[in-house]
Ligand binder design. Structure first.
Ligand code: DGI
Ligand code: FE
Ligand code: FE
Length: 197
């Protein structure tokens, strides 16, 4: 990953994202880096994944679908109905194709940053949590508690975010992606198991 120029990626994000999305990107980048310091994850990987996690967010939905179809990336029914979800899949492709990222952990962190998944790597958890808690976020419930727990027990923070996301989707009548549900069930069982020990 030596040849990856993070300053260049930052400039590119400033260009392809609107102002508030770019501010969010910078917030995720430094929050992910701080979490990486706390949990002993590679700082540079956290920085690159943070910078690129929403690289496809500001594309129109038709373009996201087109990228997935062209490159044989499967699109499920929930994603077809809510194409905004596809910014994670399309973004992981663009990270490889446009920004030359080859590290599979970084690619997976981008790919799974919206829904999560069972058995996430440390970097995937860090990007997922940083995306939710970065300082520009203001709307989600329990933010101050989750922000604190994120630096104490990342699995606990992950479960709180998944749980609040499912509550929010259910209350608003949003379709639940099977991966969000599977991730929640996996971490709920895992944390219960740990508490029994
Ligand atoms: O791209 P960001 O806004 O920074 O954050 P994100 O990639 O986590 O996307 C957040 C949105 O994704 C939020 O509005 C909730 C939505 N989301 C997460 N899981 C699901 C979902 N939406 C649906 N319909 N189904 C899901 O399972
Ligand atoms: Fe996102
Ligand atoms: Fe984001």
């Amino acid at each position: 990953m030596k040849s990856i120029d993070t300053k260049k990626i930052r400039k590119a994000m400033e260009k392809v994202q609107d102002e508030s999305r770019y501010e969010h990107t910078l917030g995720v980048t430094y929050t992910a880096t701080a979490l990486a310091m706390r949990y002993g994850c590679d700082l540079r990987s956290a920085e690159i994944a943070g910078l690129l996690h929403d690289c496809a967010k500001c594309m129109d939905n038709a373009k996201k679908i087109q990228i997935c179809e062209k490159h044989n990336i499967p699109v499920n029914d929930v994603e077809r109905k809510n194409p905004s979800l596809l910014h994670a899949k399309a973004g992981s492709f663009i990270a490889m194709d446009t920004y030359g990222i080859t590290d599979t952990d970084i690619i997976n962190a981008i790919l799974n940053h919206t829904t999560g998944r069972p058995n996430m790597s440390l970097l995937e958890k860090i990007v997922y949590v940083a995306d939710y808690i970065e300082p520009n976020r203001t709307k989600a419930p329990n933010l101050s508690e989750i922000r604190k727990i994120a630096f104490i027990d990342i699995n606990e923070a992950l479960l709180m975010i998944l749980s609040d996301t499912l509550t929010y989707l259910t209350a608003g009548g949003g379709d639940i992606d099977p991966m969000t549900q599977k991730a929640y069930e996996y971490y709920k069982a895992k944390i219960e198991e740990q508490k029994e020990e």
